[in-house]
Design a protein around this ligand. Structure first.
Ligand code: FPP
Length: 257
């Protein structure tokens, strides 16, 4: 009976090329690998920096839409532990864009109840970045709206190694026994402590890989890829990703019915 309903729902829910979402089943946590800024710029004969600038405009739109739909956590992969390998001027551009974004948007984000949070080791970031992040976190810390996690100098392997070191230290000090280490304890040492795992990981630009993003947390995430470059990613694309998520059969390793 449920399957018949599902088929019926699928066929009738497309309207004017947009989708009718089940508002009772909005994913709690969406994570996005914001890829394709460089290719977007190249296709338009523009410098890569303008691709990243256009990518920031997409962030503004997508955060609003995710919040409007009732998503509780949005994690954006802005700078990986491997992105330091990029030319210095591109790294500087990305850091400047982050500072500019926080300066320009903080009052609007705060007004909308957004909580700003950073995943990753921000200590290696330029001082103005660290300061702006600190301010944004402080201003928004008591808000109750969508949590916007910006993954900065973030790597999934790095995160797992850090957690392992902290736990190993506790074992060495005799605070816990190795046999006490479990999923819950491990999660408490990750940057995403107390957050649900991402329900969907979205990657635009045609690439189909994780690139060291949320390696622990993605155990049961649904992946959604598209060929659109991040600057061209629209609110409708977000709704389509959610729609597809709502029509997937998540079993978490079990068998249904
Ligand atoms: C991937 O495109 C994008 C990035 C590595 C950086 C994303 C960062 C921003 C959009 C700006 C800063 C963030 C905030 C939160 C304001 P790419 O350069 O790998 O594109 P390509 O694969 O087409 O070259």
């Amino acid at each position: 009976m449920r399957n018949i309903f599902k088929l019926f729902k699928k066929k009738t829910s497309l309207e004017n090329n947009d989708v009718q979402l089940d508002m009772e089943n909005i994913p709690k946590h969406i994570a996005i690998i914001m890829d394709g800024n460089g290719r977007w710029a190249k296709a338009k004969n523009l410098p890569r920096a303008l691709g990243h600038k256009a990518g920031v405009e997409t962030i503004r739109r997508i955060i609003k839409e995710a919040d409007r739909l009732g998503v509780k956590y949005m994690t954006l992969y802005a700078f990986s532990t491997e992105n330091w390998k990029r030319p210095k001027n591109e790294v500087n551009t990305l850091m400047k864009l982050l500072v500019q974004y926080l300066k320009e948007e903080i009052s609007e984000l705060h007004k909308n109840g957004v909580v700003i949070n950073v995943l990753g080791d921000s200590s290696r970031l330029p001082n103005d970045c660290i300061d702006e992040i600190q301010k944004a976190k402080e201003i928004t810390k008591n808000n109750t709206g969508i949590v916007m996690n910006v993954a900065l100098n973030y790597g999934g392997r790095d995160e797992i190694i850090r957690a392992t070191r902290e736990i190993a230290e506790m074992v060495a000090l005799g605070e816990i026994k190795p046999s006490e280490i479990d999923d819950k304890m491990f999660e408490n040492h990750l940057y995403t402590k107390n957050m649900p795992d991402p329900d969907i990981i979205i990657r635009p630009s045609g690439e189909q890989r994780l690139s060291n993003f949320l390696l622990w947390q993605c155990a049961y995430s649904e992946f959604w890829y598209s060929n659109i470059n991040w600057p061209d990613f629209t609110e409708e694309d977000l709704r389509r990703a959610i729609y597809d998520f709502q029509n997937r059969d998540r079993r978490f390793g079990a068998i249904k019915d």
